[in-house]
Design a protein around this ligand. Structure first.
Ligand code: PLP
Length: 446
């Protein structure tokens, strides 16, 4: 598979050209990568009206994912999420659009609701669960469609979630198809699912559009992501995708990121299947080993290792500290969970080091924790847009009872709002905010 963007950039970097164009570093070294950091010079194509090397590279990506088109984002899934919602909403032609969304949406979804002014009907999990999770059956989604006060412009799911749980995309897609509603999936954590021995990518399973943060699980620089559109989707989506992306994006995309997306195509084509199968096997072996030591595993994502730690006598963040002392940095930890993310770029030594540290952790008496408070739906007093665009102030969480949430106050990761902009902050909400360490909140000024 060819790599037209990386080839162009490398040739230019080696050409010793006098750069009388942006960026201001002129290719001279500060970090060491500047010679590859170019702007849209002649021959470099233009991301949001691509017809040259970027279009050629996206064609490679499209063939790898077998989509109608896979578009590049140099600004993460955060950009692709806004673009796919823009497409679904404009396609529906509804002036007061409604989106049905699982409650564990990343805050990029809320910004999209504010800027696009759509109404959100949240689908809550039927079982008590963690803030990051919202596992829904296809029947629950169908029930939400049937009881909604109007036909939704889209159904929106986050899968995999931050803890590594996978939703029944196939089942939900069949329901959405029957009701002629596009299914949009935040697959920020699951670009690699396409390359497993059993392809579990949302587009393969029937989603209409999805975003993948290529940078989270593939060898791509931070910020590199995809917006995928399925082959059987309304052609309107592909025709208007570049405009949709351009509406929210910078006009100066990073060619370092674009080059890494480009090179990743060749890697995936040549070694993707083999490497991801091998890595999934290594993670599965490590999971089996940790189970044999008595740890409790959570989630079903093949490259994510999530432990429910109180059963082993520890808070999640205590185990993260323990790993950190051995120079192993985790993805996420709270009082109950520890999340480790692996990829084929991890060496066999990385796996060994993790195993050795866990070997030394002595099992203690099970920690009895109060259940982490389940996500709740608070009364909505304003639309997301109105609340986010209102004059706001930041106040201590303890003093926020009765106030209306303004911009989403959430830590990153996992960036999932506990209370949504426009909802009233109740004592129950305050309890949850404090549980997750949120001591200040942004509220609408009275
Ligand atoms: C579930 C989920 N969706 C979307 C995003 C945003 O992705 P990006 O950082 O690529 O913009 C994240 C980031 O952590 C995420 O966890």
């Amino acid at each position: 598979m060819n790599t037209p963007i990386a080839d162009f950039v490398t040739k230019y970097a080696n050409s010793d050209a006098t750069r009388l164009h942006m960026p201001g570093h002129k290719g001279k070294t500060v970090l060491g990568v500047e010679s590859y950091d170019i702007t849209e010079i002649t021959g470099a194509d233009v991301l949001y009206s691509a017809d040259g090397i970027i279009a050629e590279s996206e064609k490679n990506c499209t063939s790898l994912f077998e989509t109608a088109h896979s578009f590049y984002s140099a600004e993460g899934s955060s950009l692709a999420i806004k673009a796919m919602l823009y497409l679904a909403i404009t396609a529906s032609g509804d002036e007061k659009p409604l989106v049905l969304a699982a409650r564990n949406a990343h805050k990029a979804f809320l910004y999209a609701a504010a800027w696009l002014d759509f109404d959100v009907q949240w689908i809550m999990p039927s079982e008590d669960t963690h803030l990051c999770s919202c596992l829904l059956s296809k029947d629950e989604v169908e029930n939400a469609i049937l009881t909604a006060n109007k036909k939704p412009s889209a159904v929106y799911l986050t899968s995999p979630d931050y803890l590594g749980t996978l939703s029944d995309i196939e089942g939900v897609a069949s329901v959405c198809k029957a009701h002629k509603i596009p299914l949009l999936v935040d697959n920020a954590h699951g670009a690699y699912l396409r390359f497993l021995p059993e392809d579990q990518h949302p587009i393969t399973l029937g989603a209409t559009m999805c975003c993948d943060s290529a940078h989270k699980t593939l060898p791509v620089l931070t910020g590199g992501a995809y917006l995928h559109i399925a082959q059987n989707a309304d052609p309107y989506f592909v025709e208007n995708a570049r405009n949709a992306l351009a509406s929210f994006a910078s006009t100066s995309p990073s060619y370092l990121i674009l080059s890494s997306l480009d090179l990743c195509n060749a890697y995936l084509h040549e070694k993707g299947k083999e490497d991801f199968a091998d890595c999934a096997k290594k993670v599965a072996d490590l999971k089996t080993y940790l189970l044999s030591l008595g740890f409790t595993l959570f989630g079903d994502e093949p490259l994510k290792l999530t432990l429910y730690t109180p059963d082993y006598g520890y808070f999640g963040y205590e185990l993260a500290e323990c790993l950190s002392k051995h120079n192993i940095e985790s993805e996420f930890a709270d009082s109950e969970y520890l999340v480790l993310m692996f990829s084929p770029s991890n060496t066999p030594l990385d796996f060994e080091r993790v195993e050795q540290v866990f070997d030394k952790i002595v099992k203690k008496e099970r920690k009895i924790l109060p259940n982490s408070p389940a996500p709740i739906l608070s009364e909505r007093r304003m639309s997301v847009r109105k609340a986010m665009l209102a004059k706001s102030e930041t106040i201590p969480t303890e003093q926020a009872a009765g106030r209306i949430a303004a911009s989403p106050t959430v830590s990153c990761p996992p960036a999932i709002p506990i209370v949504v902009s426009g909802e009233v902050i109740t004592q129950e909400v305050i309890k949850r905010l404090l549980y997750y360490g949120v001591t200040q909140v942004s509220v609408v000024k009275e």
